[in-house]
Design a protein around this ligand. Structure first.
Ligand SMILES: Cc1cc2nc3c(=O)[nH]c(=O)nc-3n(C[C@H](O)[C@H](O)[C@H](O)COP(=O)(O)OP(=O)(O)OC[C@H]3O[C@@H](n4cnc5c(N)ncnc54)[C@H](O)[C@@H]3O)c2cc1C
Length: 188
């Protein structure tokens, strides 16, 4: 069983996976590569002068995988409770079990709605429906969290990435039983 499974590997999901895996959590990242991020050109991402969407997405995937996240190319079609966590069923027929699930599905709320996760009207331009979350990123179902565009944050790559990191840090903290901080010191 994975400790944290993330559905969607745009900036929100991949950033969550990077933090989760780097913290030593058994992490799964499921993505069907139909997100919006690849289509953009980014000159407002702090710390990066300019970058194309494909490079931003692929670098994020590599960072998460480098720390041990398992990235699978799959369409998640069903999410339901199972034992002490959840089972995620994929289009290919493979099932994955996880204690915590982060929905980072961009503009899509269909999987969440099917699972009984509460949604609400979006407030950002062109985002019709989002998942209802509290300030930590928790949905109405204990153990299911949401991050990024689908959680209703401002539709900008740096904000969705930060939101994914925030939600992962909250889950890691819950699993560890203490607030989690990931700081590396400057290398010589
Ligand atoms: C043309 C364009 C230009 C933009 N320009 C800028 C810009 O200049 N600056 C800026 O800051 N922002 C820009 N943005 C916005 C920015 O791309 C988004 O705010 C941000 O990257 C969204 O990240 P996300 O992770 O929330 O969603 P996404 O990147 O959409 O990621 C969601 C992921 O979930 C996956 N997924 C969804 N459902 C499933 C499922 N059931 N199973 C498996 N995988 C699933 C999708 O395939 C996708 O990979 C632009 C967007 C567009 C479209």
């Amino acid at each position: 069983m994975y400790e944290i499974a993330i559905i969607g590997a745009g900036p929100a999901g991949a950033s969550a996976a990077l933090f989760a895996a780097k913290a030593g959590k058994k992490t799964l990242l499921i993505d069907n590569d139909k997100g919006m991020t690849r289509r953009g050109w980014y000159e407002n991402y702090y710390g990066i002068s300019e970058i194309g969407g494909p490079d931003l997405v692929e670098t994020g995937h590599k960072q998460a995988v480098k720390f041990g996240a398992e990235l699978v190319s799959e369409q998640a079609v069903k999410l339901s409770p199972s034992g002490e966590g959840f089972v995620i069923e994929s289009e290919s027929g493979i099932s994955y079990e996880a204690k915590h699930v982060i929905l980072a599905t961009g503009v899509l709320t269909d999987l969440a709605a099917l699972a009984g996760v509460e949604t609400k009207d979006g407030t950002e331009p062109r985002i019709k429906t989002v998942i209802a979350v509290n300030t930590e990123g928790k949905t109405n179902i204990e153990g299911i969290w949401a991050a990024g565009t689908v959680a209703g944050v401002s539709v900008h790559a740096i904000i969705t990435a930060g939101d994914g990191a925030k939600v992962a840090i909250n889950i890691i903290s819950e699993l560890n039983g203490a607030r989690f901080v990931d700081h590396d010191v400057l290398k010589a």
